[in-house]
Ligand binder design. Structure first.
Ligand code: ADP
Ligand code: ZN
Length: 743
C-alpha cells in the first residue's frame, strides 16, 4: 500500500510513501514521514495499491536514515500515524483540491489554511491548565501578605478566581506569584481536566424557537426545500437569525451538523450568544481571538462529533464536522470573508462549494447582498431568493435624513463636524434618556498632520501612507505597519514652524463631543480602544447597561449589534469611503456601510432616526442608501459594472509583485506582462505601481487581469507564474483570484 502525503512544510508538492506492514492508514490522517534528513508532519491525501511513483534507480531493502527499510527504490516508508481519527474527511480533501485549483495555490498550502494554527502545531492538548480559586475567608494564622500580594488576593476574591493564564493576563501578574499565594494557603491552584470552553463564564439564558411570522415561515420553507444555495435578502431586524436557528434545528434533527459563518466574531458577540443560547453545549466557537488552548479544544470537539453547531469566522468554513447538513454565511457581502493572505479564498464561495460537494444546504444572508450574489439569485438562477422585506413585530425601518454638509458650512469655518440637525437630535436623545450611535470611518485623532505653509503631510518612511495623529499619546502613527513618531516641531519638507492636525478621527470627535455636549457620556469603540481581549464585549455591555449615552465608533460598530434603546444613528462623513479611486466597489461598500449602520437604529419599540452627513448627497450610492432602496442601487450599479466590463460580469485577478528593490520589482512585473501577452482570452491592464506603492519597506507593482471565467484567469496565471517560481529572493508574486482589495 502506498500513501500520497502532503508534507506541511513543503507547499507545492505531494510525496509518495510506502505504508509499512501492519500499519493501518486512512485518508485524512495525520502522519509523520521522513523528508530529506528530518522527520516531518504530513497528511495522507490518497491511498493506492500500486506505487504511483516511478522510482529512479536505487537500492532496495536498505534502511534509510530513520532505520526503516524502503520496499521500492527511492520510496521511503511512513514512520507513524499520529491519530487514528482523520483530520480531513474525503469531502474536505475534495474541497481543498478545488480550492487549490481555483485560487491557483499549492495544495499543501490550501490544506494548511484549513487547520487552525494551534491544531497544526499541536501540543496544546498537553498544556497544563490550572484553575485558581481564592479560599474564603482565609484560614486563621496564615503568614501575612505583602501589600501587592494582598491587592492581588482581593482581586481574585472579587472575580472569584479563574484560569491561571487568564488571571495572569488580567492582573498583569505571573504564574509564580499566584503559586506563591497558593503555597501561603490563600488560594487553591488545581489542574483542570475539562476542555476549555470559550463560552464558559458567560451567563446565557436558554431560548426556545419563536413562532415565525408568515414571511419568515416562507423563507424557511424555501431554504429547507432548496436544491441550491438560498440568498436570504432581509432588511436589518427582519428576523434572519431566528430563521438560521430554526434551519439549524431542522438540520440537527436529520442527524446532520451545521456551520454558521459570521464576518468578524469579536464584533458580533451577541450573534454568537444567541446561537449558544439556543443550542447550548452543541455549539463550538472557533475564532482567532480565543486562546490557543481553547481553539485547539474546540476544533477537536468538533472532529470527535461532540459539537454539532460551529460558529466562526471565515476559516470555520473548513470545520471538521462529521455530516454537514447546512452552512450559513451571515452578512455574506462582508469583505472580511476574503482571506487577505495566500490562499486568498472567499469563505462565502468556499461555503457554496463545500455545501455542493457534501450535499448540504447553504444560506447566504444579508440586508445588502453583494452584487455577485444578487445577480446569481435574481438573474442567473444559481441561487434561490427568499425575501424578508419588513422588520419583525411591526418595528419600522428608521427614517433617514440626508444632510448636505456643504450647505451646513458656515462662512469662514469650513465644513462642520456636527450639522445643526444632528446636534439637535443628539440633544433630544440626551433629554429623553435614549441612546445614540455615531459612526466615523477613521480612528485616531486627526486624519493627518499638515504643514500650514507648504501643505506637506507627514508620511510613513516604510509605506506610502500618511501618518495619523493620535492625541492620547501625542504620536503620529502608520495604520499599515504600526510605525510611529512624535509630531515634528517644524515641517520636515520646508522647515516652517506651524504644523497642525487636519481632518477628524474618532479620538478628535470624542474631544469635540466633550466640549459641545459636556453632559453626554461617550464610549469610543475602535481598534485603539479595544486592544485587550475582552474589551469589545465589555464596552458593548456597558453601553447596553446604559452606562453611556453615545457609542462612537468605526466600522467596528456597524455590524450585528442590537440595542433596543438606540433611537438615533449619526453618520458623520458618509462619503469618506466613496472616494477611493482605484476601488471599483467603493459605491457598493458605501451603500452597505450606510445601510448597516442605519440598521442599528430603532430596533426596539421606539422608532429610529438616522442622520447621514455627506458632501455628495447626489451620489447614487448615498441617495439610494438614504432611501433604503437596495434594489434600485443594485440595478443601477450592475448596469454600470456591465458597461465597464467589471465584476460580476467579468472575473478579475490581481497579481502583485513585491520586493525590497524597486527596479527589480518593476522588471519582474514587466517580464510577467510580456509572458501574459501570449495568453489567449485574458485581458490585462499594463503593469503599474500598486495604489499602495510601498508597504513595510517593500515596493509593490500590480497587473490586473480580466476574463469571462475564472478558469481562464487561473490557466493564464498558472502558465505565466508557475507555483515554484512565485517566490524568489528578489521578488514575490502574489496571485489573487476574484480580488476584492485592490490596494
Ligand atoms: P436580523 O438577523 O434579520 O437582523 P433578528 O433575527 O436579529 O433579525 O431579529 C430581530 C429581532 O426580532 C430580534 O430581537 C429577534 O429576537 C426578534 N424576532 C425574530 N423573529 C421573531 C419572531 N418570529 N417573533 C418574535 N420576535 C422575533
Ligand atoms: Zn507604515
Amino acid at each position: 500500500m502506498y500513501a500520497q502525503v502532503a508534507i506541511e512544510k513543503v507547499p507545492n508538492r505531494l510525496f509518495t510513501y510506502a505504508v509499512p506492514e501492519g500499519m493501518e492508514v486512512r485518508v485524512g490522517q495525520r502522519v509523520t514521514a521522513p523528508w530529506r534528513r528530518v522527520c516531518h508532519r504530513g497528511y495522507v491525501v490518497a491511498l493506492s495499491e500500486r506505487c504511483p511513483y516511478v522510482p529512479k534507480a536505487g537500492r532496495v531493502g536498505e534502511p534509510d536514515l530513520f532505520g526503516v527499510a524502503t520496499p521500492v527504490p527511492g520510496v521511503r516508508a511512513l514512520l507513524a500515524v499520529e491519530d487514528p481519527l482523520p483530520y480531513f474527511s474525503e469531502g474536505t480533501l475534495r474541497l481543498l483540491r478545488w480550492l487549490a485549483g481555483y485560487y491557483s495555490v499549492g495544495f499543501t498550502l490550501a490544506l494548511r489554511s484549513a487547520l487552525p494554527a494551534p491544531v497544526r502545531e499541536g501540543g496544546c492538548g498537553a498544556r497544563e491548565r490550572f484553575v485558581v480559586t481564592p479560599i474564603l475567608p482565609p484560614p486563621p494564622h496564615l503568614p501575612p501578605l505583602s501589600k501587592r500580594q494582598k491587592a492581588l488576593y482581593e482581586d481574585l476574591v472579587r472575580v472569584d478566581g479563574g484560569l491561571l493564564a487568564r488571571l495572569c493576563e488580567e492582573f498583569s501578574t505571573t504564574p509564580a506569584t499566584l503559586r506563591r499565594l497558593a503555597a501561603l494557603g490563600y488560594v487553591r491552584c488545581e489542574k483542570r481536566e475539562a476542555p476549555r470552553n470559550p463560552l464558559a463564564g458567560r451567563r446565557i439564558l436558554p431560548t426556545r424557537p419563536m413562532p415565525l411570522t408568515p414571511a419568515q415561515a416562507e423563507a424557511l420553507r424555501v431554504i429547507l426545500g432548496a436544491d441550491r444555495p438560498t440568498l436570504l435578502f432581509g432588511v436589518t431586524g427582519s428576523g434572519k437569525t431566528e430563521i438560521y436557528m430554526q434551519a439549524i434545528a431542522a438540520t440537527l434533527e436529520e442527524g446532520r451538523d451545521a456551520i454558521v459563518l459570521v464576518p468578524e466574531i469579536a464584533l458580533t458577540p451577541q450573534t454568537v450568544n444567541r446561537f449558544a443560547a439556543r443550542f447550548g453545549g452543541a455549539v463550538a466557537v472557533l475564532h482567532s481571538a480565543l486562546g490557543d488552548g481553547e481553539r485547539h479544544d474546540e476544533w477537536h470537539r468538533i472532529r470527535r462529533g461532540e459539537a454539532r453547531v460551529v460558529v466562526g469566522p471565515r476559516s470555520a468554513v473548513f470545520a471538521p464536522v462529521r455530516r454537514l447538513g447546512l452552512i450559513i454565511v451571515d452578512e455574506e457581502h462582508d469583505g472580511g470573508y476574503k482571506q487577505d493572505e495566500s490562499p486568498r479564498y472567499s469563505a462565502r464561495d468556499v461555503a457554496v462549494m463545500r455545501a455542493h460537494i457534501e450535499g448540504a444546504r447553504c444560506v447566504l444572508g444579508s440586508a445588502t447582498p453583494s452584487l455577485e450574489s444578487w445577480r446569481n439569485a435574481t438573474v442567473l438562477g444559481k441561487y434561490r431568493l427568499a425575501r424578508l422585506p419588513e422588520r419583525v413585530g411591526g418595528a419600522r425601518l428608521p427614517s433617514v435624513a440626508c444632510i448636505d454638509l456643504r450647505e451646513a458650512a458656515r462662512p469662514g469655518e469650513g465644513v462642520p463636524l456636527f450639522s445643526e440637525p444632528l446636534l439637535a437630535a443628539l440633544r433630544t436623545r440626551l433629554e429623553r434618556g435614549e441612546q445614540a450611535i455615531l459612526f466615523l470611518n477613521r480612528r485616531g485623532y486627526a486624519t493627518t498632520y499638515q504643514c500650514a505653509q507648504c501643505g506637506a503631510p507627514v508620511a510613513c518612511p516604510h509605506c506610502s501612507a500618511r501618518l495619523t495623529y493620535h492625541a492620547k499619546d501625542d504620536t503620529l502613527r502608520c495604520h499599515l505597519c504600526g510605525w510611529w513618531r512624535r509630531p515634528p516641531d517644524r515641517c520636515p519638507a520646508c522647515g516652517a514652524p506651524i504644523f497642525k492636525p487636519l481632518g477628524f478621527g474618532t479620538q478628535r470627535v470624542e474631544a469635540v463631543l466633550a466640549k459641545i455636549l459636556p453632559q453626554a457620556r461617550v464610549i469610543r469603540m475602535d481598534a485603539d480602544s479595544t486592544g485587550r481581549r475582552h474589551s469589545h464585549d465589555e464596552l458593548l455591555a456597558a453601553f447596553r447597561a446604559k452606562e453611556a449615552d453615545i457609542l462612537l465608533g468605526t466600522q467596528m460598530i456597524a455590524k450585528g449589534l442590537d440595542f433596543p434603546n438606540v433611537t438615533l444613528v449619526g453618520i458623520l462623513a458618509a462619503d469618506r469611503s466613496l472616494n477611493v479611486p482605484y476601488d471599483f466597489r467603493a459605491a457598493e461598500r458605501t451603500f452597505q456601510l450606510i445601510a448597516q449602520v442605519s440598521g442599528r437604529a430603532g430596533r426596539g419599540a421606539i422608532p429610529g432616526e438616522v442622520i447621514v452627513q455627506t458632501l455628495q448627497p447626489d451620489h447614487p450610492a448615498i441617495r439610494t442608501a438614504c432611501a433604503c432602496d437596495y434594489e434600485r442601487f443594485a440595478a443601477d450599479e450592475l448596469a454600470e459594472r456591465e458597461a465597464a466590463g467589471l465584476p460580476p460580469f467579468r472575473r478579475l485577478a490581481c497579481v502583485t509583485f513585491t520586493g525590497g528593490d524597486a527596479a527589480a520589482v518593476q522588471r519582474a512585473a514587466e517580464a510577467a506582462d510580456r509572458r501574459l501577452a501570449a495568453m489567449p482570452g485574458v485581458e490585462r491592464l499594463p503593469p503599474m505601481p500598486a495604489p499602495l506603492e510601498r508597504k513595510e519597506d517593500l515596493w509593490r507593482w500590480q497587473i490586473l487581469l480580466k476574463a469571462p471565467t475564472s478558469k481562464a484567469l487561473v490557466a493564464a496565471c498558472d502558465e505565466a507564474f508557475p507555483l515554484e517560481t512565485r517566490v524568489t529572493p528578489a521578488v514575490r508574486t502574489l496571485v489573487d483570484i476574484d480580488a476584492v482589495f485592490l490596494a
